[in-house]
Design a protein around this ligand. Structure first.
Ligand code: 4AD
Ligand code: MG
Length: 479
């Protein structure tokens, strides 16, 4: 018999029909004459209840059924007397496809901490929480491609291995085939990269932006959505060494168009989640509220779905960096020395505590900050006439801080060239990028949305390690 997915089954009311379901046992409860098995196949957060009338033969099978085992069940759809779902399955035949030893299976039907689940990432997909996150993650990936397709963008695959540092921050993982125990050296005693695979140093990309710009200066509207890698040693709940980034790049867009695009896109994604993922979001909302029960009322987060609706309804606040510094300098936590990094004056880089203060305490809605000091931003950003700021824009979200970083790009050849020189970026790694400013250079802009940060926001999870299937962080490369 063809397998019916549990999602489809739970939506049907074909009482009396015989079906086959397959999945993994979440729980088994037994009384004298009957057993109840909750079976889940991941197609939905909901499990289907399998009702088993006991007889000596079936009891032998039941003895082998424990949490985690994989089953195939043939049975009839019956009306559920319980609340919450319409149907159950009255089992006729049960086959144990894969047993799970209850002494050894680590995922017993009780609450496990997220930290523990990270240690068993090979099994954590089988929890309600990670099932929900995985389905929402899929929906968001789909919505991203849908949004750009509907808006005339073309997706391009930018390289994962590159020989440039797109952000100029030096946080790259090197890629080499050299024998690290026997490194070839030049006469000067330096590593001889001519002997390496590409004949020069190469690294994993930190961003697909530079290549996306090349495509935008021909196709007008493009985006990349790929993995990016950063060897920054930040062990925080918002940083990964391997994360996914969505980077649109648009010719003829200035920074204001760029901000409009960013705001419209994230609102679209949130709306898509609300329209398509309510079962999972409902579960994640309850999970978050349970988790925060022990917190004081004023420390609890806004209820997840209310928070998502709230953000869609708000017009994001747009302020300059200079205005942000004024607000922060005069803020209570700065005056009372509550910030870990005190804001002394103009030029300071904003830390996530500052970003969150602006968003959560001051404006109480998402904030876009523009026109940052050029010294704390990347080389490619459009320089303002004041000589000290660049046309950058960061979108800041509650609980997360920076979710998007973008800018209008420097389109003037000389200014870009001088900035590259000034910042000590190897010119020979940038010649192709510079050339686009020689031939048909136009105003253009783009941004990068950190996909896992977006996932943190949409799911209400607190740690970025829990919204990607296999997190990569310092000293952590298991699974
Ligand atoms: O601000 P960033 O570094 O910008 C860029 O890479 C630009 N090239 C983007 C562009 O204009 N095309 O990174 C963009 C976003 C951040 O706002 C953040 O959401 C996310 O990427 N991000 C990280 N997410 C997880 N772990 C990390 N280590 C991250 N670093 C940045
Ligand atoms: Mg940034």
């Amino acid at each position: 018999m063809k397998r019916t997915e549990i999602k489809t089954l739970l939506e049907s009311t074909d009482y009396g029909k015989t079906v086959n379901v397959k999945g993994w046992v979440r729980t088994k409860r037994e009384s004298k004459n009957v057993a109840f098995i909750a079976l889940n196949d991941g197609s939905t957060i909901k499990s289907v209840q399998i009702v088993v009338d006991k007889n000596p033969e079936i009891e032998k099978i039941l003895d082998n059924i424990h949490t985690g085992a994989a089953l195939s069940v043939n049975g009839t759809i019956i009306e559920s007397p319980g609340k919450g779902q319409k149907v159950e399955i009255q089992a006729k035949e049960i086959e144990v496809l894969g047993p799970a030893d209850p002494e050894e299976y680590p995922l017993q039907p009780k609450k496990h901490t997220l930290e523990f689940l990270r240690e068993i990432a090979h099994l954590r997909f089988r929890t309600n929480t990670f099932g929900a996150i995985t389905r929402v993650r899929h929906a968001m990936i789909f919505a991203i491609h849908k949004y750009f397709t509907e808006n005339g963008f073309y997706n391009i695959h930018t390289p994962i291995i590159t020989a440039s540092d797109a952000e100029g921050a030096g946080e790259m993982f090197q890629v080499t085939t050299l024998d690290l125990n026997n490194i070839p050296k030049t006469d000067d005693g330096e590593v001889d990269f001519r002997k390496d695979f590409f004949g020069k140093p190469a690294n994993l990309t930190v961003s697909g932006q530079l290549e996306a710009e090349l495509a935008a200066l021909a196709l007008s509207k493009v985006y990349t959505f790929g993995p990016t890698f950063r060897a920054e040693n930040s062990n925080t709940s918002r940083h990964l060494a391997e994360f996914w980034m969505i980077e649109p790049e648009v010719a003829f867009y200035d920074i204001n168009d760029d901000m409009d695009l960013a705001e419209d896109m994230v609102k679209y994604l949130i709306r898509y989640a609300l329209e398509n993922c309510m079962d999972d979001l409902g579960f994640l909302s309850k999970r978050q509220q349970d988790e925060e029960k022990s917190k004081k009322a004023d420390e609890r987060s806004m209820e997840l779905i209310e928070k998502l609706r709230f953000v869609i309804d708000q017009e994001f606040e747009r302020i300059t960096y200079t205005e942000a510094i004024d607000i922060l300098r005069n803020s209570k936590p700065n005056k009372k020395k509550k910030f870990q990094y005190l804001i002394e004056g103009w030029g300071a880089d904003l830390q996530s505590e500052h970003e969150r203060y602006l968003v959560e305490k001051h404006f109480k809605k998402p904030v876009i900050i523009t026109d940052y000091p050029k010294d704390i931003k990347a080389f490619y950003m459009k320089q303002n006439d004041d000589g000290r700021t660049v046309r950058a824009m960061d979108v800041l979200f509650p609980q997360i801080g920076e979710i998007i970083g973008g800018s209008q790009r420097e389109d003037d050849y000389d200014k870009l060239y001088n900035r590259i020189k000034e910042m000590g970026i190897p010119e020979e790694s940038m010649w192709w990028y510079l050339e686009t400013r020689k031939f048909g250079s136009v105003i253009h802009s783009g941004f990068g949305l950190g996909f896992e940060r977006m996932m943190l926001f949409v799911t209400g999870m607190g740690n970025i390690r829990d919204v990607i299937p296999f997190p990569r962080t310092p000293l952590n490369c298991e699974f």
